[in-house]
Design a binder for this molecule. Structure first.
Ligand code: F0G
Length: 457
């Protein structure tokens, strides 16, 4: 049997509302060509993010009813804590309301002017929290990761030689932390190998630099290690995840991804001293250490989700469904990130729209075209998200111009995915008609969320 079926049945459904192409043109213009400003009822297939958009299981919903809402010492917290301790091997667990709240706490303590945080690739909120503290974020992605259409098994790896060089040039004392993002979201959902995690840890340890894992998609990363790395084919995802975490001094996690939760996150670590500082901040920003910005019911849903995500029938279906869409696009000649990532399909907007220069935001132009053609909402991960200006207000573009189509977990079926492929291929066939974009309004931090744009006539 070749067809990999969804390893779940559907108990509860949500309606999708259909609109016409003419209506969508108007909606997009009213949203200033920014998908974040479109109302979700106007979207047919929502691939804006895989974050907080998962379908929870019947077990998680049952857990919601078990949630104990005590301010202090709730049994829900202890179930949450124990689950995370078991998976990560880290004794100190601090709940937060989502991933960036964990980041805000961590970088408020560790950050500051003159410091560098090194990473394979920092996610946008992570980078923003680092920069907000006055420090600098430095991406040291491996060479393979910089070429979207050339396949390699672990394109999320950190370049270890570059790391050594950076430490030698800038001084280990100015580098408070190294962050490994698994999988590498901004770099295409590409995994990091165990070998790389180990090698990075060694360099960090030699220089007394702690290493944290940004663990949002740790189970997807672990499954890629099982599939692609020598010696792991017969190791369980649970054990692979455990080994990944064993090299880290701590982790941040958004439970909105691989924990199938609609909200939540946490920090986990070994250092008592750091945990004390984190908890001191936690009480003034998030809440008491046994709930940290979450309801007891959320803690339950996360604890259950963290176990479910490591079920291999689920991961098999998950990784295969992203690959299925990627392969359909490759067969039609559409330039996509290769190989398929863990949670999303990444279109290479530079290759898709070679006639649009980077300072006219080809990724954003493509996002608009996909919405108009089929009501699909994706997100630009390129110069709108990561671009900066130089002194003459000229755009310093991002490394890659990508459009991410993130697939929510357990939400869409194969026919939805077939429809997505058809829409993209249709847009690809008429790509010459797509025009560049210009920004008419923007904010200083995370401008892609609120920027207003218009097409260049
Ligand atoms: N780290 C990574 C790698 C992420 O992908 C995200 C969120 C965060 C941290 C922050 O977590 O949203 O709970 O505060 N990524 C979402 C996305 C928003 O669409 O990729 P959060």
């Amino acid at each position: 049997m070749n067809t990999i079926i969804e390893p779940f049945k559907i108990k509860s459904v949500e309606p999708i509302y259909f609109n016409t192409k003419e209506e969508r043109k108007k909606i997009l213009a009213e949203a200033h060509y920014n998908p974040f400003l479109i109302h979700s009822v106007d979207v047919i297939i929502d691939l804006l993010t895989d974050s907080g958009t998962s379908a929870m299981s019947s077990n998680q919903w049952a857990g919601i009813m078990q949630g104990d809402e005590s301010y202090a010492g709730s049994p829900s917290f202890f179930r949450f804590e124990e689950t995370i301790q078991t998976i990560t091997g880290m004794p100190l667990v601090i709940p937060t309301h989502q991933g960036r709240a964990a980041e805000k706490i961590l970088f408020s303590i560790m950050g500051g002017k003159g410091k560098y945080f090194v990473s394979n690739t920092l996610f946008d909120t992570t980078r923003a929290n680092i920069e907000f503290s006055g420090a600098e974020g430095v991406d040291l992605l491996c060479e393979e990761g910089k070429h979207p259409t050339i396949p390699a098994p672990f394109k999320g790896n950190l370049d270890v030689e570059q790391l050594k060089k950076f430490i030698a040039e800038n001084g280990a004392e100015n580098i408070p932390l190294c962050v490994l993002t698994v999988t590498n979201n901004s770099g295409g959902g590409q995994p990091v190998s165990m070998e790389n995690i180990k090698a990075v840890k060694k360099v960090c340890a030699d220089n007394n630099i702690p290493m944290f894992i940004d663990a949002c998609r740790f189970a997807e990363n672990a499954y890629f290690i099982k599939l692609r790395e020598k010696g792991y084919a017969d190791v369980s995802v649970r054990d692979i995840a455990k080994e990944m975490f064993s090299y880290a001094d701590g982790c941040t996690m958004s439970a909105k991804k691989d924990a199938f939760a609609n909200i939540g996150g946490f920090l986990a670590m070994h250092s008592k001293d750091l945990a004390l500082k984190c908890r001191n901040l936690l009480v003034i920003t998030e809440g008491f250490p046994t709930y940290g910005g979450l309801a007891g019911r959320d803690l339950e849903a996360i604890a259950i989700g963290l176990k479910e995500v490591m079920e291999e029938s689920y991961l098999h279906y998950r990784i295969r469904s992203i690959e299925y869409l990627t392969n359909k696009l490759i067969a039609a000649g559409v330039p996509v990130m290769q190989p398929a990532g863990g949670h999303a399909v990444y279109l290479d907007a530079k290759g898709f729209l070679p006639h649009i220069p980077v300072n006219q935001y080809p990724g954003q132009a493509l996002v608009g075209a996909l919405y108009i053609e089929g009501g699909i909402r994706g997100v630009e991960i390129g110069s709108l998200m990561f671009g900066k200006y130089d002194e003459e207000h000229q755009l310093v573009p991002a490394q890659l111009e990508l459009v991410r189509l993130a697939i929510p977990r357990r939400v869409y079926t194969q026919s939805h995915i077939d429809y997505v492929a058809e829409v993209i291929i249709e847009v690809f066939q008429h790509r010459d008609e797509i025009v560049g974009m210009e920004i008419t309004e923007e904010s200083e931090i995370l401008r892609h969320f609120t920027a207003k744009l218009k097409p260049i006539k």
